[in-house]
Design a protein around this ligand. Structure first.
Ligand code: SAM
Length: 347
């Protein structure tokens, strides 16, 4: 608040509207952290803020204030669980929100794809070669007017084809190559339009949109399940990291829980920094990394903030017996079990 600026203005407005409330205290916790996260975000970096719909509208305004509305990239709706029936007089809440902002327009972007629906494949890739390869027939007409791509083409079937008045979509060498590779779709009438075969097994799939309903929650028997109450599916974090960073980049998860982003970053050859206030989380991260990458991974990272002397351990035991218990059990591969009540807001 003392620093002033847009974030401070938004916080003042929230305070007027929300008064003293849980939501206000949550936003007051988040605001300075978002300011610092913007500060440390690389010029090519992207921030994904995962939250639920009870807080997302406030957080979006706060993110607009911190990053600038022009740095808003998208809002993804992630279907985090399957439908449940016990919703009473309401719609089932099965989605979370990812608010995505960049530092500037130089952000990294690696296009992600999802699988075509079976029905779409049936309808669209309706032709089949003798060897069973499915394909669709696509136009060879240029979308714009290209006089330099205007030439007659005599194909391997002996027929000469003429382009649409716009011109062919590519030059003669390319069409000859398509012909040699049996990728031309000849019309039944010699006056018809020559087209191109596009094979299903060479398609990337559908460009990913901002509705993600293909990454299910971690099932009760899933191998990746660690029992951490807010654990996210690894596929979700892998998608985020693969989209917005390159090998060798650094991924920061400042609320890393049991380390889903950490394992995903390690797997995708990114450097990483994870922050969590609980020793339970730190212990689980060490365990999952060892499990996924073997003993040698222990030399690849450093843990800051754990007791390293008996005095440190005594201090932790005095200050926070529960955290001491989590830390001590982690030393022998043990795990604390306790009933946890999930409070939903930021995830
Ligand atoms: C929703 S969980 C993250 C779950 C994580 N994505 C995963 O897959 O395990 C949020 C985490 O933030 C941690 N946390 C809460 N307040 C924090 C703070 N001020 N600084 C760092 N971590 C904090 C909690 O201990 C919790 O593990």
């Amino acid at each position: 608040m003392e620093r002033g600026g847009k974030a401070s203005e938004v916080m003042r407005a929230f305070r007027t509207f929300l008064g003293t409330s849980d939501m206000m205290s949550y936003l007051a916790m988040m605001a300075p952290r978002l300011v610092e996260l913007r500060r440390v975000l690389n010029a090519t970096g992207t921030i994904y803020l995962h939250c639920d719909p009870t807080a997302s509208h406030y957080l979006k305004m706060l993110m607009d204030a911190v990053f600038g509305p022009q740095r808003f990239l998208n809002e993804v709706t992630w279907k985090r669980t399957h439908s449940h029936g016990n919703v009473g007089r309401n719609f089932g809440s099965i989605c979370d929100v990812l608010l995505i902002y960049t530092k500037n327009e130089r952000y990294r972007w690696s296009q992600q794809y999802t699988l075509f629906a079976d029905e779409y494949v049936e309808k669209t890739f309706k032709y089949e070669d003798a060897d069973g390869r499915r394909w669709q027939s696509v136009t060879l007409r240029n979308p714009g007017r290209r006089p330099n791509l205007h030439y007659p083409y005599t194909a391997s079937n002996g027929v000469t084809y003429h382009p649409h008045p716009n011109g062919w979509a590519c030059d003669r060498e390319r069409i000859e190559r398509y012909d040699r590779e049996n990728r031309l779709h000849f019309p039944t009438k010699s006056t018809g339009a020559l087209r191109l075969k596009m094979y299903f097994d060479e398609s990337n799939g559908v460009r990913l949109q901002n509705l993600w309903d293909d990454i299910p929650a971690i099932g009760s028997k899933a191998a990746e399940r660690l029992g951490y109450p807010t654990q996210k599916p690894q596929a979700l974090l892998e998608r985020i990291i693969a989209t917005s960073s390159s090998e060798g980049d650094t991924v920061l998860d400042p609320f890393c829980g049991c380390g889903t982003a950490i394992e995903a970053a390690q797997k995708l050859n990114r450097a990483w920094i994870g922050i969590d206030i609980t020793h339970l989380a730190v212990g689980l991260i060490k365990y999952r990394l060892q499990n996924a990458f073997g003993d040698s991974v222990r030399d690849a990272y450093e843990v800051i903030g754990e007791p390293v002397t008996v005095r440190d351990a005594e201090q932790l035991a005095n200050e926070n017996p529960f955290q001491f218990q989590c830390w001590a059990l982690g030393l022998v591969g043990g795990e604390v079990k306790r009933a946890t009540k999930r409070r939903r807001q930021g995830n």
